[in-house]
Structures are given as C-alpha cells and as structure tokens.
Design a protein around this ligand. Structure first.
Ligand SMILES: C[S@@+](CC[C@H](N)C(=O)[O-])C[C@H]1O[C@@H](n2cnc3c(N)ncnc32)[C@H](O)[C@@H]1O
Length: 212
C-alpha cells in the first residue's frame, strides 16, 4: 500500500536502534509517565522502536524534511502507537519559541541521533540552547553519533568519514565533545555520562541541572 511505501528504511537506524534502546532502558525511569521529544527523527524507525518498548513515555517525533515527516507518519500508522504524537516540523537551528509549540521546562527527555555532524553548527548550537529551555530540571538530552575527543578523531574510518562530510558541505563534520560540553554548560546542562557504542559511535547523556 502507499503507506508501506512511505516507510523509509535507513540501514544504520536498523543497526543502532537496539543498542540505543539499551542505553535508554538504563538511563530513563520506567515507573512514571514521561514526555520525550525527538529532534531529527529521520525515517521514524527509532521513535517507533523506542515507543513500543518504553510505554510510559509519550514521544513527540519531529523533522526538518518533508519526506521524512511522511515516513514517520507511515510508521505511526503501521504500528498504531498511542504513545507517539503526530510528527511535526522542527528546525533545530531556530530558537525554541519556534519549536512546534513545545513549552519551556515541559520535557523529561530529548533524543537526537546522528544529526550534529550532518548539519551546520547552528543546529548543534540550537539543540543545546533549546534543550536548556524546554527540558525540566533533571531532564536528559541524549545524543548519539560519532564525535571527536579533544581534537582527535579515531579510528581511521571516522577520520575519513569526517573528511567526506566536510567535502559534501564545509559546515558539516564530527563535533568535538569538548565543544559540546561548553555549549551544554552555557545552557544549564552538564555531560553526565559517555557510553561507547558499536561502530565507533557514542551516546552522550547531558543532564539539565540549572535554569539559565
Ligand atoms: C543522517 S540523518 C539522521 C536521521 C535519524 N535521526 C536517524 O538516525 O536515522 C540527519 C537528519 O538531520 C536532519 N536535519 C538536518 N538539518 C536539520 C535542522 N535544521 N533541524 C532539524 N533536523 C535537521 C535531517 O532532516 C536528517 O533527518
């Protein structure tokens, strides 16, 4: 059917959705209702996978690309999940006042998978600025992707990936965790935990500790 056709499939999302779910299981409470926002949901594979497993969380998927918004909607329709809200447009580089009516201090969790290195730095800056505003105190920003550490990228495959990204767009490229730490700090968050993930990726867990 046309709805199945709209369900895009990203091989990387298929591979990393289960390892990321394991990190979520260990870092997010399961005994009370929570509100989560996903920024750059892509195909919708992640949000539906997580929503099926973590039923106490109400998930808000968002995207910047029209085609992805249609794919997320097709996944929602396919799985008939009552804890996933309709997908809405969100541009991470814009101030949170333009983030689809999401209220300040209203969220327990923000998820952002494989966006920061494939978008201009303004998206990374906007992500942290917005997270500082819309997360509740003690809320969590979980990001996933490949990162540089103190100016170093490893292994060689990530060095080459970074180079190919910068060739495609000079504004793209792996972000350094030390830069992310300082963006976090400016916005009332701190890097609480780093988890090594398969294929030389990491999960970074930022906790909101103060109101800026
Ligand atoms: C490599 S894809 C990752 C998608 C998905 N999270 C995944 O892991 O499969 C990068 C995503 O960044 C999104 N993106 C690019 N610019 C953006 C912006 N300004 N605001 C929000 N998302 C953006 C793209 O639409 C795309 O979905």
């Amino acid at each position: 059917s046309s709805s199945v056709d709209a369900m895009l499939s990203a091989p990387a999302a298929d591979r990393n959705k289960e390892p990321i779910l394991e990190v979520l299981r260990h870092s997010v409470p399961s005994d009370r209702p929570l509100h989560a926002l996903e920024i750059s949901s892509g195909t919708g594979q992640h949000v539906t996978h997580f929503a099926r497993a973590l039923r106490n969380i109400i998930w808000q998927p968002t995207e910047y690309e029209r085609e992805s918004l249609s794919s997320i909607e097709a996944y929602r329709a396919h799985y008939q999940l009552d804890n996933v809200m309709p997908a809405v447009f969100l541009d991470a580089s814009l101030p949170h006042q333009s983030w689809a009516g999401i209220r300040p201090e209203s969220l327990d969790l923000i998820l952002n998978i494989n966006m920061m290195h494939i978008s201009p730095l303004a998206c990374t800056e906007g992500l942290f600025r917005g997270a500082g505003a819309v997360l509740k105190l003690q809320g969590l920003l979980l990001t996933y992707g490949p990162y540089a550490v103190n100016g170093q990228i490893s292994p060689q495959s990530n060095i080459e990936f970074d180079r190919s990204l910068r060739q495609r767009n000079p504004e793209w490229g792996l972000r350094d965790i030390s830069l992310l730490r300082s963006l976090a700090q400016k916005n009332g968050l701190f890097l609480e935990k780093t988890v090594d993930m398969p294929a030389n990726n990491k999960c970074l867990l930022f906790r909101k500790e103060s109101v800026v």
